[in-house]
Design a protein around this ligand. Sequence first.
Ligand SMILES: NC(=O)c1ccc[n+]([C@@H]2O[C@H](COP(=O)([O-])OP(=O)(O)OC[C@H]3O[C@@H](n4cnc5c(N)ncnc54)[C@H](O)[C@@H]3O)[C@@H](O)[C@H]2O)c1
Length: 420
Amino acid sequence: MKKITALLIGAGQRGTNAYGAYALRHPDELSFAGVAEPRRDRREAFAHAHNIPDEFQFADWREALSHSRFADCAFVCTQDREHFAPAMAALDRGYHVLCEKPMSPEKNDILALADEAERTGLTLSVCHVLRYSPFFTAIKHLLDNRAIGQLVCIEHLESVGYWHAAHSYVRGNWRKSEVSPMILAKSCHDTDILQWLAGSECECVTSFGSLAHFNAAHAPEGAPARCTDGCKHQSTCPYYAPRFYLHHVNARSGGFISVLTLDQTPEGVMKALREGPYGRCVYRCDNDVVDHQTVQLRFQNGVHASFVMSAFTKYNERVINLMGSRGQIRGNMDKNMVELWDFATGSHTTIRVDPLAGEHNGSDDAMLSAFTALLRGEQGTENKTGARLSAKSHLVALAAEKSRLMGGMPVDMAAFAHEQ
Ligand SMILES: NC(=O)c1ccc[n+]([C@@H]2O[C@H](COP(=O)([O-])OP(=O)(O)OC[C@H]3O[C@@H](n4cnc5c(N)ncnc54)[C@H](O)[C@@H]3O)[C@@H](O)[C@H]2O)c1
């Protein structure tokens, strides 16, 4: 098997914990030949783990991409607004690209990147991990085999989880809509998977949503700016930061603590909460993204879908219900379970989806295995999340945001794609 070599741009959570970790587990398939990362601690830790020589360690992607090409592909794992420029530059240097989602929060950038991938003839895959998940692959297989006859409508729920919402969308990196509206940052995966399952392009979108709760109007009386400032509501507030970061099962297993600090002792975590953004009262942050949003989608083939994204759920999971002329499919991604009913025979089948090892119920690993196979030119491989396809579902998310801001007015996708 030809080993694929890569340049990592951005050695943060995704670059290190998803893609770096995969390369360490699959050294014959993928290895990192270079890293670009301004944070010295992260850069050196990554370079050490992957045996990257000094000359291929860079403090900025511009430096790395001004060097002549030294790997097969570049992984763009910077923050949302910093994908477009390095991805364009990497294509221009002759690298295939694996680009974190979203390609950009700007419509024109998204379309320009799709054009550039086509112009260069290089592979650009967007990290829409759900398309590679064993769970959604099983559902797609059932639909393609007409297991429920004609697909008529879809109900899809993205439960963000109250703790995950507080971490990422109230206190953390994705709290400002100027970075990315939440429907794009969190749910472009969902607009993408709905497009895939519907088997058609979206033609019209409407959306409602707001920041209903995480604002100053809902602060309990006398709540200080930080949970660590002796908040008297600590035993009753669901969002009390020390309880989450020190005791919640997801804080450690989901890698949330490593976002706060590299010192993960209780003392180190408390110091980060006293001094950093994650100890702030959720009612006293500078967040402005929504905490819930609904989207209605009409596809060209007549399928209708209704999507709900909400912060106010116990679990971080996706639950889907697909209704067809001859049957119904219901699934819970977190539980790796798909149920199928056949109206004619009355049969009910429960399918336990076997998650592969790794994050996102095996999706990250499946995506990387597909990406490296694609670059090796293996027979039967396809770019399931190419730039043009992903651009379409990114635009659906942006159109939903436009509709929400217009109070739920329908947005016609053909007109939206062309308007300046
Ligand atoms: N596909 C998925 O399911 C999924 C899941 C989570 C996050 N994401 C996306 O992945 C991206 C990265 O998220 P993250 O949590 O890893 O963020 P992060 O902040 O942990 O990592 C980004 C890294 O980029 C580095 N960086 C900044 N400027 C740079 C420059 N000029 N050159 C090189 N590196 C630079 C930062 O120092 C940081 O280490 C985001 O866009 C996010 O939306 C995708």
